[in-house]
Design a protein around this ligand. Structure first.
Ligand SMILES: NC(=O)c1ccc[n+]([C@@H]2O[C@H](COP(=O)([O-])OP(=O)(O)OC[C@H]3O[C@@H](n4cnc5c(N)ncnc54)[C@H](O)[C@@H]3O)[C@@H](O)[C@H]2O)c1
Length: 268
């Protein structure tokens, strides 16, 4: 039953591919907290993934959309408006780098791939918000979130060009947060999540070691996808109305650490 923190609220959730996806857990918990959800993902991910099972479980409509396509996003928002009228929250949980997928080294990037990384993983956030903004589709005190990673601030060699994409994503969140706050009291934030074993996460080279490193470094341990879902619910709820233009670390304390005793001991 949850606490009904999102009773009466309506939201769009991008990026639930399979039960490991962070967006999957967010959608389940938002539903449990009383929200109505519209699910979306790229058409190819919908064919390969299991989104229909989630949709049935939470009684959600599914609308395919490539988040880089203004045409697809427009159709998605048409469907959302037809179902909900105005919307209270949106989760952007999308990331993809062709350079990572094709094992291109950071020092040997393909620049066409780099553009694609930016478009899918960061510019799509702007496209989505620009359409919402121009169509005035968010309710006052609505909440928009995107998921990011600390490689935007610090260098993690294997994260490749996704580091630049996340830096851009966070900047877009801040900049749009200003404009949307002024226009309609809508807040925009990014959540910087611990390494999490999902399809996108495990695609990064050395992921298992990153997971162990995060676990040993963070006093509270890595934050799980389920815990991320709880944080997203709080950020969509009315208890966080004046939090905006922030990059919020959800990482068990990792971002404030220099070195931990656990890690020092592991080096012995
Ligand atoms: N897993 C981690 O370690 C971790 C850590 C910090 C942040 N994140 C971020 O969390 C978000 C969700 O990733 P995840 O870990 O749940 O992995 P995931 O692979 O389950 O989700 C990524 C999603 O992006 C979608 N996507 C890719 N290209 C798209 C497009 N063109 N249009 C629409 N959707 C598209 C995929 O279909 C997939 O559903 C991403 O932004 C990721 O960078 C993940």
């Amino acid at each position: 039953m949850g606490h009904q923190l999102l009773a009466g609220k309506k939201g769009i959730i991008f990026g639930a591919m399979n039960e490991h996806s962070i967006a999957w857990k967010v959608a389940e918990l938002c539903h449990e907290e009383g929200a109505q959800i519209l699910l979306t993902n790229a058409p190819v991910a919908m064919r390969l993934g299991e989104i229909d099972a989630l949709a049935t479980k939470i009684g959600a409509q599914v609308v395919p959309a490539d988040a880089t396509s203004l045409e697809d996003l427009t159709k998605l928002l048409d469907a959302a408006e037809a179902q909900f009228g105005k919307i209270d929250f949106v989760l952007h949980s999308i990331g993809m780098s062709p350079n990572v997928r094709k094992n291109k080294a950071y020092t040997d990037l393909n620049y066409d791939y780099l553009q694609k990384t930016y478009d899918v993983s960061a510019v799509s956030f702007h496209k989505l918000m620009q359409l919402l903004y121009q169509r005035d589709l968010m309710n006052e005190w609505g909440s928009i979130l995107a998921l990011t990673y600390i490689a935007a601030q610090r260098t993690f060699g294997e994260y490749n060009d996704m580091a630049e994409a996340k830096a851009l994503l966070e900047s877009i969140g801040r900049s749009f947060g200003y404009h949307y706050g002024k226009k309609a009291h809508v807040r925009v934030n990014t959540i910087s999540q611990s390494p999490t074993p999902t399809t996108a996460g495990t695609g990064v080279a050395g992921f298992d070691k990153m997971l162990t490193y995060g676990e040993k470094m963070s006093p509270l341990g890595n934050a799980t996808a389920q815990e991320c879902a709880a944080y997203c619910v709080m950020m969509f709820s009315d208890y966080t109305r004046k939090v905006t233009m922030q990059n919020l670390y959800h990482d068990g304390g990792f971002s404030s650490m220099g070195i931990s005793e656990d890690l020092l001991n592991a080096l012995n």
